[in-house]
Design a protein around this ligand. Structure first.
Ligand SMILES: Cc1cc2nc3c(=O)[nH]c(=O)nc-3n(C[C@H](O)[C@H](O)[C@H](O)COP(=O)(O)OP(=O)(O)OC[C@H]3O[C@@H](n4cnc5c(N)ncnc54)[C@H](O)[C@@H]3O)c2cc1C
Ligand code: FES
Length: 272
């Protein structure tokens, strides 16, 4: 494939080269998660499912007035709706540390700084191949916008508990598994995947914790099913400058923020 043809098929919308301010429209609890909507008046209206944004609260983003601010944090967008001018973006997040705690406290009207959309997203399935989406925990976020763009996808979601499984309510029709059996089946989501894989030509799209992604990768490799995995790694810049996000592939290290976060599973020896 020529570089021009590759660029035309690559699921990447380019980010404006700047950090810009958006305004928070809503910040609501969704079980164990927060759903934050923000109006990005100057960003592209067509981010691609699987792409991400680097987010930071415009104020109180750091350890105090005299101390260094935190670095921005990476978040997949969960939904995008054109809203003139610009776009309304929804993010689903889990408060697990100082950055996500602060974002979880944002009030409507406050400013949220963002850079993006960044990275390479999911590619559509080949004609005749059934899309099968597999999400674990907060990894369900990028599958929401992907599900909206696909024709009748099969959606399998796994969560730790009933409070986390509230996120499944965002999806029109998903099979749910929980670790404690409080919602759906008491199973790992990869058990649901193993049962679904025998049903004709399929393309698997997965996002979730690394052990789940590795189980998906191994299962799909064993059954000869193509899979696209949205990976995570620590990201300081989000656009290729810091090399903090490198991950090993079969053909050497790549910067996940530039060449991912979505990678074909067969590029990896392991997703761990
Ligand atoms: C491309 C991408 C998309 C993401 N999308 C989402 C999303 O949609 N919603 C969401 O809630 N989170 C998402 N994350 C994860 C999110 O960026 C981190 O949880 C966040 O940086 C945590 O910041 P913090 O300051 O709250 O906690 P920190 O203090 O930074 O981290 C708290 C704990 O989590 C660990 N940790 C932090 N980041 C990561 C990581 N990337 N991988 C593994 N462990 C990590 C730390 O080692 C620490 O133990 C995404 C990450 C990437 C790379
Ligand atoms: S996050 Fe800086 S190079 Fe990828």
């Amino acid at each position: 494939m020529t570089p021009q043809a590759a660029a035309a098929t690559e699921p990447r919308t380019l980010a404006p080269p700047e950090r810009r301010l958006s305004r928070v429209a809503a910040n609501e609890a969704l079980g164990a998660y927060r759903l934050i909507s923000t109006h990005d008046g100057h960003g592209p209206a067509d981010p691609r499912p699987g792409q991400f944004f680097m987010l930071a609260a415009a104020e109180r983003w750091g350890a105090g007035a005299d101390e260094r601010p935190y670095l921005p944090r990476a978040f997949s967008y969960a939904r995008a709706r054109p809203e003139r001018p610009g776009v309304r973006l929804d993010f689903l997040l889990e408060a697990i540390g100082p950055g996500t705690d602060r974002l979880a406290q944002l009030s409507p009207g406050e400013e949220l700084a963002l850079v993006g959309p960044l990275g390479v997203g999911f590619r559509p399935p080949e004609p005749g191949s059934r899309p099968l989406l597999v999400g674990g925990g907060i990894g369900t976020a990028p599958l929401l916008c992907l599900a909206e763009q696909l024709d009748s996808p099969t959606i399998l979601l796994g969560f730790r508990s009933g409070a986390h499984a509230e996120a499944a309510r965002l999806f029109p029709d998903a099979a749910v598994a929980t670790d404690d059996g409080s919602v759906g089946r008491r199973a790992l989501v990869t058990e649901l995947l193993a049962e679904e894989l025998d049903d004709g030509p399929t393309t698997v799209y997965a996002c979730g914790p690394a052990p789940m992604l590795e189980a998906v990768r191994a299962l799909c490799a064993e059954r000869g099913v193509p899979a696209q995995l949205a990976l995570e790694s620590g990201m300081a810049c989000g656009f290729g400058a810091c090399f903090g996000c490198v991950v090993p592939t079969k053909r050497g290290y790549i910067r996940l923020c530039l060449d991912g976060p979505v990678l074909d599973a067969d590029r990896l020896e392991s997703a761990l």
